[in-house]
Design a protein around this ligand. Structure first.
Ligand code: C5P
Length: 221
């Protein structure tokens, strides 16, 4: 079993993908399965942490010994993360959060009208939760980790994103055909705000999760 190097620590993890409703039966969503976030929750619990898992639309069973808060939209995810982060030692934002949501919600199902083109869907920005919690830390020394899926210039785009978000670590995944979304395994590079670069070879999501916790533990001191 793992070393209890997160004992006495509270960690918050977001997982899954937000859904932004258009009407009572439709939403804008994404393909995130939640598996990486759940792997982070299981491994943190195995290392002795108290774990809050903010789960957005995942079909996965609650991990044993983990406090699970279920949410739907980005705005709900923000509320749950801010609340749990207040006394957290580390926050890992593994959820795929929609950058935009429909400007309007139709209380009744949107209908097609004979012979007419559909109305365009107007979007507005969602809050960037990772940037917000990084800029305004709930406690000094809190370690904040983001995830980024990139299709090209993975490292350069990752560096830019790390600086823009202001987090301590950014896990950069290259996405493509066989990769990452819904898969059991993944490959990544973890970039540090200190300039460090930690490659994680293709393998189980638990291995990537344990590498993230190793880097977090080092920063918690
Ligand atoms: O900007 P991008 O969506 O690529 O950033 C991904 C990272 O930022 C993830 O860690 C994700 O959880 C977080 N994020 C967020 N709020 C948003 C969009 C993304 O916290 N509105």
């Amino acid at each position: 079993s793992a070393a209890p190097d997160l004992e006495g620590r509270h960690v918050v993890i977001s997982a899954g993908g937000t859904r932004e409703p258009l009407d009572p039966v439709r939403f804008l969503g994404n393909r995130s399965s939640g598996k990486q976030g759940y792997a982070l929750a299981r491994t943190a619990a195995a290392r002795g942490a108290r774990v809050t898992l903010v789960a957005a639309n995942t079909g996965l069973p609650d991990p044993a010994g983990v406090d699970v808060v279920r949410v739907g939209t980005a705005v709900q995810l923000r509320e749950a993360v801010l609340k749990a982060a207040a006394d957290a030692d580390a926050v890992v934002m593994a959820a795929a959060v929609a950058d935009f949501r429909p400007a309007a919600y139709a209380a009744g199902k949107i209908k097609k009208k004979d012979g007419r083109d559909p109305d365009p869907i107007v979007l507005v920005r969602n809050p960037d939760i990772l940037a917000e919690i990084s800029a305004d830390r709930a406690r000094p020394g809190q370690v904040i980790v983001g995830f980024a899926a990139e299709t090209d210039d993975v490292l350069a785009n990752g560096r830019t994103k790390l600086a823009r978000k202001g987090c301590d670590l950014l896990v950069v995944n290259e996405v493509g055909e066989r990769k990452t979304f819904g898969a059991e395994e993944s490959e990544a590079v973890v970039l540090g705000a200190d300039g460090s670069e930690t490659p994680v070879p293709y393998g189980p999501k638990e291995d990537l999760a344990d590498t993230v916790w190793n880097l977090v533990v080092r920063r918690l001191g």
